[in-house]
Structures are given as C-alpha cells and as structure tokens.
Design a protein around this ligand. Structure first.
Ligand code: NAP
Length: 341
C-alpha cells in the first residue's frame, strides 16, 4: 500500500490505523516538503511502527511497489496523480474532493475545470454505509468529505423513508484539524482558542456533495442550507440538522426508523430517547453516534450526529472502504474505542 500525502493530518491518521491493521503492508509514503526524512522523524508517534522514508510522488516508481494507494493530497493536486495510478491498474482511495462530484459542471462551479472528467462517472462515492456493493468492486473510491459524512449519515434514513418536506438546515461545528496541517493565521492558536465562529455559510464546497448524495437517496433533487463553524478543539464534528417532517411522529417510532435503517452497520450508534451525542464519545474511533428529538410543539425534528473528522470523516472510513475492496472484515483495524476523556 501507499499513502500519498502521508505527512498531512489525514495521511498520518491513515498511518496510525494502517500500522495496526493485520493485513496491510505499507510500502510507500510521500511528502512534498519532507522528502528524504523518515516519516517517524516528522511524527515521532510512529517511531518503530512506520519508519519509511518519505518520497516525492513518482507514479511509475510507486505503482511498481503497491496494489492500492490512498491519496491524502489537497484537492486539485489529487487529480494530477490519480488518473495515472488508475491507468496503471492500481486501485485508489482518494480522500480529496476531486472525484466526489459526478458532474464536471458542478466541479467547475465549486472548484475549477476538472482534468479527468471521465473518472468522475466511474468513481464510487465512499460513504460506506450507502455504497458497499460499488465500493467492493471499485477501481477508484472517492472518500467523502468530513462534513458530508456527518450530515448525510444523520439525514439518510429520513430521505430514504420519504419523511422530509421543506429545506433541511445543517448547522455543523468542526475542530481545526478539518482544515489540514496548515500554517494559516486563521488557524493559529491565538485566533482559534477561546473563539467560536461561522464561516462560508451557504457557500461551503461540501454543499454540492451533501446535496448530490441526499438527492440520490431521496430519488429527487434536494437542496440544503449548510452553515459550518469552527470550534477550538483538535478533532471532531458535531452536526445539528433541523428538519420539517411530513407527519408528526413519536420519538420511539423515529428511533426505530433509524435502528432499522442502520441495522447492519457496525459503526453507527443510535442513542436512546433523550440522549444526545458529544464529540468525545467518538474521538479517535470510526463511530458515528446519532441523537434524535422530535419537538411536537414546533413540529420539527432535530438530528444530531458526531464523528471524528479524521477517522470516520477521513482515514477510518477510507480503511473501512479498503476492507470492503479486499473482502476483509469491514471492522478490521478499526475496532479501537474512543479516547475518553
Ligand atoms: N483534515 C480532515 O479532517 C479531512 C477530512 C476528510 C478529507 N480530507 C481531505 O484529505 C486531503 C488531505 O487533507 P489534510 O487535512 O491531511 O491536509 P494537509 O494536512 O494539508 O496535508 C496535505 C498533504 O499533502 C501533501 N502535499 C501538499 N501539496 C502537495 C503537492 N503539490 N504535491 C505533493 N504532495 C503535496 C503534504 O505534504 P507536505 O506537507 O509533507 O509537504 C501533506 O502530506 C485533502 O484533500 C482534504 O480535503 C481531510
């Protein structure tokens, strides 16, 4: 296996999971700025577990050493590398946004012109719980964004059961690792600490991805209002979704709808009535916990999900997808419990 972009937050989380995976042998790790150093020099947490030397990306050389590559590169960089890997017969799980949108026009509108539009139709969207069959056979998996994972897992049962009317409001709060290991001023300690802010309200690039997936589940065109926020914690996303249901319904019935929908999904946990999830209960784990409330006074449903953005929102889900692609048990390498406190 290779991890391209191994020194980023998603990449090093992949390494943390993969070094403990019983059926994986890591052969290649890449970086742009640390070429020639051992990855364990950059991240001492890996000393003795993964001491591979970081390479620059040379597709031909990498392809000769691996069967599958995880690409944890920035969007617009991934699409320079992924087509070449796929053409050389390698399977790819891309963690960037480059292959998530099926329509090249949509990619153009939210990003820029796509360099490999033929692969957009082929790529399988890697929200594991929704697309197991396609993922198992895929050459290219487009691993979902962190916000879309939390939002879509929370809303899928309602759209699948045709229970929603009106526009859903998604109010999501993320820890700072969601933005990667950047040196930008906005993500520096003094800007983030003791602060809580909204950003890109209504224009965030994860909006079309959420709408695409919900539209497929609902079998009609869905639009959402998406308001992301940054909170002063390292990991985690808590998403609160406000939904107008078609009919009033009791909370026990609602919980049953969710439990039935996710009955075969080992990482999805539906909380009992009156319980709401918190980010610490999933921190470091591949779980998604979902809490539900129907407020009969105002006839609105509130769905709250929590995930670790780097695990279920990125590396954990990517490994879950890899397990499916190789016919390994879906939970292999992912059974660690959350870090509490
Ligand atoms: N962070 C999350 O929670 C999260 C969740 C889901 C998906 N993702 C997606 O996963 C991808 C990686 O995210 P991240 O948060 O890990 O970002 P990051 O911390 O900024 O890491 C980016 C990685 O890509 C490498 N890189 C950057 N530019 C490159 C270039 N031009 N050529 C070759 N390598 C290059 C970097 O190498 P060096 O720094 O060593 O030079 C680093 O290893 C992104 O597309 C992101 O959208 C992230």
């Amino acid at each position: 296996m290779a991890v391209l972009g191994a020194t980023g937050y998603a990449g090093v989380e992949l390494l943390r999971i993969l070094v403990q995976h019983p059926r994986v042998r890591l052969a290649v790790v890449t970086s742009q700025q640390f070429v020639g150093k051992q990855v364990s020099e950059v991240y001492p947490s890996l000393v003795g577990k993964c001491d591979l030397v970081l390479q620059e990306i040379q597709v031909e050389k990498i392809a000769s050493q691996i069967e599958l590559a995880f690409t944890a590169l920035p969007h617009e960089t991934s699409m320079d590398v992924v087509p070449d890997l796929v053409e050389r017969g390698k399977r790819v799980i891309d963690l960037s946004a480059d292959f998530r949108l099926r329509d090249p026009k949509s990619y153009l509108r939210w990003y820029r012109p796509h360099k490999a539009p033929h692969l957009l139709r082929e790529a399988i969207y890697g929200l594991t719980e929704m697309h197991r069959k396609g993922i198992a056979k895929a050459r290219l998996v487009a691993n979902p964004g962190c916000y879309p994972t939390g939002a879509v897992l929370g809303l899928a049962p309602l759209f699948a059961e045709n229970m929603v009317q009106g526009t859903v409001l998604i109010d999501a709060k993320s820890g700072v690792t969601g933005a990667g290991r950047s040196n930008s001023v906005e993500l520096s300690f003094s800007e983030v600490n003791e602060n809580f802010k909204a950003y890109n309200v209504g224009v965030h690039r994860h909006t079309p991805e959420i709408e695409q997936e919900l539209s497929q589940i609902a079998e009609r065109s869905i639009s959402v209002l998406f308001a992301p926020h940054l909170v002063p914690m390292s990991r985690g996303i808590l998403s609160t979704m406000y939904v107008e249901p078609k009919q009033s319904l009791g909370e026990e019935k609602l919980i049953k709808v969710y439990k039935d929908f996710y009955r075969q999904d080992p990482f999805i946990r539906i909380l009992p009535s009156g319980c709401f999830p918190q980010t610490k209960e999933v921190r470091g784990s591949n779980d998604c916990a979902i809490g539900l409330r129907y407020d009969s006074r105002v006839r609105r449903l509130v769905v709250i999900t929590v995930i670790d953005n780097l695990v279920k929102g990125a590396a954990g889900q990517a490994v879950q997808n890899m397990n499916l692609m190789y016919g390994f048990p879906e939970v292999e390498g992912l059974q660690g419990t959350a870090l509490v406190p």
